[in-house]
Ligand binder design. Structure first.
Ligand SMILES: [Zn+2]
Length: 126
C-alpha cells in the first residue's frame, strides 16, 4: 500500500494547504463561469474581516466622544463618566449629571431653587 499521497500531505500543511486548495477551487470555479460566486464569497470574506475593525474603530471614536473626565462639583474628586448619563460621585455619593463634558449637580425631580426673601414685620401688619 502506498503511503505517499500528495493530496493528504497538502491538506496536512496547517492552513497553507487549505488556502491553496481554496484558491485552486476559486480558480476552477472562475474558469467554469462561476466568477460571480467567487466574487461574492470574496466580498463576504472581506466584509467579515473589515466589519470588526470598523466596529472597533467606531467604538473607540464613540468612547472618546462620550467619555468625560471631570471633577466632582461638590468634593472636587476627579473621575470618569459617560456623556449624557447620570452617575454618583464615587467619593461623596452626590448624584451628578454629565453634560457637555462637565459634571453638574443633579437636583431630585420636583426640586425648585428658591431664594429666601426677608419680610419685615411691618409689611406683614399692613
Ligand atoms: Zn464628590
Amino acid at each position: 500500500m502506498n503511503q505517499y499521497d500528495p493530496k493528504s500531505l497538502q491538506f496536512n500543511l496547517s492552513g497553507m494547504g487549505c488556502w491553496l486548495t481554496l484558491l485552486t477551487t476559486f480558480l476552477l470555479l472562475g474558469s467554469v463561469g462561476l466568477g460571480w460566486l467567487v466574487n461574492g464569497f470574496l466580498v463576504l470574506i472581506g466584509l467579515a474581516l473589515i466589519a470588526p475593525a470598523i466596529g472597533w474603530l467606531g467604538f473607540r471614536w464613540w468612547l472618546r466622544r462620550n467619555l468625560v473626565e471631570d471633577k466632582c462639583p461638590v468634593c472636587t474628586y476627579e473621575f470618569t463618566g459617560f456623556n449624557g448619563t447620570n452617575c454618583r460621585c464615587p467619593s461623596c455619593g452626590e448624584p451628578l449629571k454629565v453634560e457637555q463634558g462637565h459634571f453638574n449637580r443633579l437636583a431630585p425631580p420636583g426640586t425648585i431653587d428658591v431664594d429666601a426673601v426677608e419680610v419685615s414685620v411691618q409689611q406683614l401688619e399692613d
